[in-house]
Design a protein. Structure first.
Ligand code: KIV
Ligand code: ZN
Length: 498
């Protein structure tokens, strides 16, 4: 039977420890709610004893989230555990995550202790936590570098003491995937009561192997993975949620499943990146800007023929609208033709050759070719026929104490129609008027206004992207009046709907 892997998200604890990534309580609640939508099983909401702010965040997240278990981190210290239990008082489902270092480095140099004493402290902490909550997870810090026989002894004792989950962190990101997998297998085979607890992975990415180690752990018997959005976390970060979830989803032969709604992945990634002011590297797996962008001509041609030629994931599965065909000097005719088609231009083979020649000339000088550039290359005259929709006149009323209203007059194949609408601003009002006129259900996907040069009297360029029945349409205009440019661009896009 397919095994369900528990997703334990620690973005708000291990992820938030990163300098500069701190969130306030309101921001943490927003992330926690999005994690709930994403479908994570456990949210590690903070380390309550570390500061009043962290304590308060755990309290507020506990009140705001219903489905996931809320977890609070502690050291193997009674005071920490009491404070954690207090912070979880409003949680519908709660867990205390307590633990201590078990590697010889931690035992000797960090804790100044010895192996027997560490076992005692671990057992005491788990027993104490179990008096307060039913669900207690134990972490053996630096388990990645802990001798397996000693680790098995600690784990056996904490399970006897009542631990429901045993976390085996590769705290320093040291292990190789084979080594980490063998460690988990060792525990499965050498801890007599291991069936009484779930084994959890917690891998750091110091050698870039966090995802591989986590998967190796799961393949060898772990039932929970500790992950963060975008892989954020201490130093090189933690295992990234999206990588593990999508690897499990792509590899059916593993026979694992997660309860993650993968279509929420991009939204969650963007939210975390924005709130934490932590940009995602463009080539980051799954969530990077280029993760579904194809720029070489051979790849673009292959993707346009059948996306599976070069994509193992349908971008829609993770919440990306479509794979991007980035036009550069390496793009081929097929990609250029496709993009021109979306912009409303159609060329026969010989005309396309000519446009392609001009495109290559420009692409040699410029890294990426934008839609504006293509408009210029293609030339307005080459556009197939006259645009079906045109803006005849536009009048807007707006101001600080006025309800923004727009009256739009358009011509449709020679006949003229007028509509007035209000909105939250003049552009919104005008767009609504256009939508009412054309009676098409469209969603504005992107709206970009750029000043071409410096002065306030210069041209503003507007790009819009709209969606209608699953297809995207692009519109462009430039005008010294940005409201007019916006409405023209919108009409340009709407007019491309067949
Ligand atoms: O990396 C680690 O060992 C941790 C523990 C506190 C779980 O984050
Ligand atoms: Zn960690």
């Amino acid at each position: 039977m397919t095994k369900k892997i528990q997703i334990f998200d620690t973005t708000l604890r291990d992820g938030e420890q990163v300098p500069g990534c701190q969130l306030n309580t309101i921001e943490k609640i927003e992330v926690a709610r999005q994690l709930e939508k994403l479908g994570v099983d456990i949210i590690e909401a903070g380390f309550p004893v570390s500061s009043p702010g962290d304590f308060n965040s755990v309290v507020e997240i506990s009140k705001s989230v219903n489905q996931p278990v809320i977890c609070a981190l502690t050291r193997a210290v009674k005071k920490d555990i009491e404070v954690a239990a207090e912070s979880l008082k409003y949680a519908k489902r709660k867990r205390i995550h307590t633990g201590i270092g078990t590697s010889d480095y931690h035992v000797k140099y960090k804790l100044g202790s010895n192996r027997d004493e560490i076992v005692e402290r671990a057992v005491e902490a788990v027993k104490f936590a179990r008096k307060m909550v039913d669900d207690v997870e134990f972490y053996a810090e630096d388990a990645g570098r802990t001798d397996n026989e000693y680790l098995a002894r600690v784990i056996e004792e904490v399970i006897k003491a009542g631990a429901t989950v045993v976390n085996i962190p590769d705290t320093t990101g040291y292990c190789l995937p084979s080594e980490y997998g063998e460690k988990i297998a060792w525990l499965v085979n050498n801890v007599p009561n291991i069936d009484k607890a779930v084994i959890s992975t917690h891998c750091h990415n110091d050698l870039g192997m966090a995802t591989a180690n986590t998967l190796s752990g799961v393949i060898n018997g772990a039932g929970q993975v500790e992950v963060t959005i975008n892989g954020i976390g201490e130093r090189a970060g933690n295992t990234s949620l999206e990588e593990v979830v999508m690897a499990i989803r792509c590899h059916h032969s593993l026979d694992f499943e997660t309860g993650i709604d993968t279509r929420q992945i991009i939204k969650t990634s963007k939210l975390v990146s924005t709130l934490m002011r932590m940009p995602v590297q463009p080539n980051k797996a799954i969530v990077g800007r280029n993760a579904f962008a194809h720029s070489s001509g051979i790849h673009q041609d292959g993707v346009l023929k059948n996306r599976q030629n070069y994509e193992i994931i349908d971008p829609a599965e993770v919440g990306v609208k479509e794979s991007a065909i980035v036009l550069t000097a390496r793009s081929g005719r097929a990609a250029l033709k496709h993009r021109l088609h979306l912009l409303g231009y159609e060329f026969d083979t010989s005309a396309l050759d000519e446009v392609y020649g001009r495109f290559l000339e420009l692409a040699d000088k410029k890294k990426d070719i934008s839609d504006d550039d293509l408009e210029i290359i293609a030339g307005k005259s080459k556009k197939t026929g006259r645009p079906p929709l045109e803006l005849v006149s536009l009048q807007v009323v707006c101001g600080k104490t006025t309800i923004p209203t727009a009256t739009v007059r358009i011509s449709f194949r020679g006949d003229e129609f007028t509509e007035t609408a209000s909105g939250n601003g003049p552009i919104d009002a005008a767009f609504t008027a256009v939508v009412n006129l054309v009676k098409r259900r469209v969603r504005l996907e992107e709206f970009l206004i750029q000043a071409i040069t410096r002065g306030s009297d210069d041209l503003g360029k507007v790009h819009v992207q709209i969606e209608h029945k699953g297809d995207n349409y692009y519109g462009f205009s430039a005008n010294t009046d940005i409201v007019t440019a916006s409405v023209e661009a919108f009409i340009d896009a709407v007019g491309k709907i067949a």
